[in-house]
Design a protein around this ligand. Structure first.
Ligand code: NAP
Ligand code: ZN
Length: 347
């Protein structure tokens, strides 16, 4: 057994995590061991620490970058010293129709999540990347393309691919009118990706506070969702709305801003009470959702980001400041993603 160090949740009403020793398995033939250098702090980590799924003793973290430090006997795709990225899933059955379609994230036999899951072979709980070392199958690790800064690229592995997949599935491109609701970790990457895909992008935010940021990220404007007049004036304006709001909120006004056959894709957790269906009927509109990304989409997203120079806007903190990061994330005080620097776990 290998051991490493990481951060584990204590109680569901606390953002304080404890530094603990974590066991990692000895490498199987198709495993690699990765020294985690950076890990993004996703709002899902906060939901889960606060007990969304009733868990305890969670080591969160599913937006990681680092370097390969050891390889199993059968590894051909990675060598020691290579840059690598890890996302939200680390295994799947590999045989169901979803896995065969390259949508391992929707594996009918449940994908193994990077944390809070169960290893398919030995049944042990998976512990996430708020830690110095991670062990996973090479199939689920990604080569980090040259030119992407490893700290700023870490959030691509959840926030990035979670917005990339629905944008691609919706066929967003040069003639699309896209809105991104909630300018946070997911939202700010969605603005960058959608505008790089050629769409005209509007940010839907609670106030004008992020207006300048929205424009610098590539949006053409910001609409204030608490201003009923602005919402009414935008009736029918968008083909596709990507909703990344992290708290319960009304969906009906968003659907009202969709045009004919428009789609609202709700990514935030927990999923809130349903909208008024008549608002969907008034224009043949659709509501959908999505959950992170499959292997193929993740590779494609990383390549697109490398080509277009897209990474997250990050604030890097030593990993022992995780409580500060979670408190500030809970208060909406982040522009736009906290990334933990794991090197302090060596001392
Ligand atoms: P985040 O950085 O905290 O951003 C969330 C944004 O939502 C905020 O910046 C804010 O935008 C808006 N917001 C927050 N509280 C609000 C409220 N009470 N009313 C209205 N708007 C509010 O979070 P994130 O990491 O981007 O994650 C966003 C959500 O997506 C979370 O629920 C997360 O769990 C979920 N998620 C889903 C997937 C998936 O695959 N489906 C993947 C990752 C995360 P403004 O300041 O602009 O209003
Ligand atoms: Zn996440």
């Amino acid at each position: 057994m290998r051991t490493t160090t990481g951060w584990q949740s204590l109680e569901q009403n606390s953002n304080a995590l404890a530094r603990v020793t974590i066991e990692r398995r000895d490498l199987r033939p198709d495993d690699i061991a990765v020294r985690i250098d950076y890990c993004g702090v996703c709002h899902s980590d906060l939901h889960r620490i606060h007990g969304m799924l009733g868990e305890k003793d969670l080591v969160p973290g599913h937006e990681a970058t680092g370097v390969v430090v050891a390889t199993g006997q059968a590894i051909t795709g990675f060598v020691v010293g290579e840059r690598v990225a890890i996302g939200t899933i680390i295994d799947s059955c590999g045989q169901c129709a979803m896995c065969e379609a390259g949508q391992e994230n929707y594996c009918y036999n449940r994908p193994t999540t990077t944390y809070g899951g169960t290893d398919r072979i030995d049944g042990t709980p998976t512990k996430g990347a708020y830690s110095r070392e991670y062990v996973l199958r090479e199939k689920f690790a990604f080569r980090l393309p040259d030119g992407l800064d490893p700290a700023a690229a870490a959030p691509l592995m959840c926030a990035g691919v979670s917005v990339w997949e629905p944008l691609r599935a919706a066929g967003v491109g040069p003639s699309s009118h896209v809105a991104v609701a909630g300018l946070g970790g997911l939202g700010h990457i969605a603005v960058k990706l959608a505008s790089a895909l050629g769409a005209e992008v509007t940010v839907l935010s609670r106030s004008t506070a992020k207006e300048q940021d929205a424009l610098s990220l590539g949006a053409t404007g910001l609409l204030v969702t608490t201003d009923e007049a602005q919402v009414a004036a935008a009736r029918g304006r968008f083909d596709f709305i990507l909703d990344t709001v992290s708290a319960d909120h009304e969906l009906t006004p968003l659907i009202g801003m969709l045009g004919l056959d428009g789609t609202l894709c709700v990514l935030g957790n927990p999923l809130m009470a349903g909208p008024k269906l008549w608002e969907l009927g008034a224009g043949r509109k659709k509501i959908t959702s999505s959950g992170t990304g499959g292997l193929r989409q993740t590779t494609e997203m990383l390549e697109f980001c490398a080509t277009h120079g897209i990474t997250a806007d990050v604030e890097i903190l030593p990993s022992n400041k995780i409580e500060t990061a979670l408190n500030r994330l809970a208060n909406g005080d982040v522009r736009y993603r906290f990334v933990l620097d794991m090197s302090d776990l060596d001392t």
